[in-house]
Ligand binder design. Structure first.
Ligand code: BES
Ligand code: MN
Ligand code: ZN
Length: 495
């Protein structure tokens, strides 16, 4: 996607599609007003004739109007002017993006910066426009023999009323593009099925990421390396699979050498059949998405590298399959994690915490200022929060607050659950230092309790993205979340 900024009269610029906003009761935004004047009131007349209600996200497609050089005009509803907030604005953008990517439009001139959003600034608006429009062009076509026939939107020109906010718009637009690029990488990896996206493939993509960006290096540990280190928990999960596990380590150096890094640890379970505690077959295909936490780590690195953020970042992605076979880990088995503690595996389907605990211990060697893990960890999280918010738990209230705020700003929201000591009792084992499951109750919390035992030496937060990483049903597909949240969190740390 390309973009540029324009202050000239919107009706004089040739474009495949001019996108303008209208408030309810057909109240025109400044740009819509200009277009109405340039077309001798034709815009206003059609809106009236079509009885356009202008609810946020409503769209109306108009053919060319005399007086305006755009080949077509897309009118976007913004709702009541006074109550236009971030969420309604985003809804309007998504409606517009969906409409415009369904038309044969390569170049669009977007004039939605002139709407005033009550709780946000122009930089945020420009970021959202580029992020949402670019994300709406996302398709995974490589695995179909016939590619789609619509020409793809590949250029968005942003119309500005005047030059006063051009720096903010430019900065925001760049951020939006970089976030969309990170989301695309995350979605591509997520949507790719388990037979193609194996631990080795994930590692290969991490290497390619490092090749594309000078400030990123990738190191990949193989099973032999992990054995020497004593990563008994990660290796136990991988035992039932013919695909050997990997531990992917990414380092981005954009800050000063002495700046402690932020560490992102992402679950990279490339297919979760449950192991010997095998899952029911309904929707089991969706367990190809069990590596979306790891994919979001790679995606966030892409975004951060494109923006050249002045921070240091470490990524650790334990990658494995979880399958049943004659060598597989069995219920009751007791294994030893990298930290030296023993775990009684009462359910082999609670494997995410097993690969993550060794990755968390490994992350310690980078002396991170904070560690955030991202994982499709529990079905219970979908029961608790649905598909709107990611679950958030952690051992540091400031860090949790910062992540919640970043979620609000980016509209990629999270919701905090308690991580009280009382819940730890559910993980007691008669034979080992702990069990890997805590019973039916509070499944998301007890999973986080397990991880917390491996995060005692640093400030840590956990994002359970089981409900947010992909859409199920008709629109099945990875969402690219939580790349927007993580990027906003990192942007907020600068300065
Ligand atoms: N990857 C799953 C969690 C999951 C399930 C995410 C469905 C999204 C949709 C995880 O490895 C798992 O199987 N968790 C178990 C834990 C249980 C055995 C304590 C679960 O949630 O059922
Ligand atoms: Mn599982
Ligand atoms: Zn899993």
């Amino acid at each position: 996607m390309e973009f540029s900024l324009h202050t000239a009269s919107p009706s004089k610029k040739p474009t495949d599609c001019l996108i303008v906003g209208v408030y309810d009761k057909r109240k025109l935004t400044p740009t819509a007003q200009l277009v109405d004047e340039a077309t001798d009131g034709r815009l206003g007349k059609v809106l009236k004739r079509e009885d356009f209600k202008a609810k946020p996200g409503d769209t109306l497609r108009l053919p060319q109007l005399d007086g305006c050089r755009a080949e077509r005009i897309l009118v976007v509803g913004l709702g009541k002017k006074k109550s236009l907030d971030a969420k309604k604005y985003a809804k309007a953008l998504d409606g517009a993006a969906k409409a415009v990517t369904g038309m044969p439009v390569r170049k669009a001139l977007c004039a939605l910066l002139d709407a005033t959003v009550s709780d946000r600034d122009a930089r945020w608006q420009a970021r959202q426009i580029l992020q949402r429009f670019t994300d709406a062009t996302y398709r995974l076509t490589e695995l179909k023999s016939e590619p789609g026939d619509l020409p793809a939107l590949d250029r968005i020109d942003l119309h500005l009323e005047d030059k006063t906010c051009s720096d903010a718009a430019e900065g925001g637009a760049r951020e939006g593009l970089a976030i969309a690029a990170g989301m695309k990488l995350t979605k591509d990896l997520g949507n790719l099925p388990g037979n193609l996206c194996t631990p080795a493939y994930l590692a290969e993509q991490a290497r390619k990421l490092a090749d594309r960006h000078g400030k990123i290096t990738a190191t990949v540990l193989e099973e032999g390396d992990m054995e020497k280190l004593g990563m008994g928990a990660l290796l136990a999960v991988s035992r039932g699979s013919c695909q050997p596990a990997r531990l992917i380590v990414l380092e981005y150096r954009g800050g000063k050498a002495k700046d402690q890094p932020v560490a992102l640890v992402g679950k990279g379970l490339t297919f979760d059949a449950g192991g010997i505690s095998i899952k029911p077959s309904q929707n089991m295909d969706e367990m190809k998405y069990d590596m979306c936490g790891g994919a979001s780590v790679l995606g966030t690195f892409e975004t951060v590298a494109q923006l050249g953020l002045p921070i240091n970042l470490v990524g650790v992605v334990p990658a494995s399959e979880n399958l049943p076979d004659g060598n597989a880990l069995k219920p009751g088995d007791i294994i030893k994690s990298l930290s030296g503690r023993t775990i009684e595996v009462l359910n082999t389907d609670a494997e995410g915490r097993l690969i993550l605990c060794d990755a968390l211990t490994y992350a310690e060697r980078f002396q991170p200022q904070v560690v955030i893990d991202i994982a499709t960890l529990t079905g219970a999280c979908i029961v608790a929060l649905g598909r709107h918010a990611s679950g958030l738990l952690g051992n540091d209230d400031t860090l949790c607050r910062q992540l919640l705020d970043a979620g609000e700003t980016s509209l990629d929201r999270a919701w905090q659950l308690p991580l009280w000591e009382e819940y730890q009792e559910q993980l007691k084992s008669n034979f080992a230092d702990m069990a890997n499951i805590g019973g039916r109750e509070a499944g998301t919390i007890t999973a986080a309790c397990f991880l917390a035992r491996y995060a005692e030496n640093f400030r840590w937060a956990h994002l359970d993205i089981a409900g947010t990483a992909w859409n199920t049903g008709q629109n099945k597909g990875a969402t690219g979340r939580p790349v927007p949240l993580l990027t906003q969190f990192l942007l907020n740390r600068i300065e």
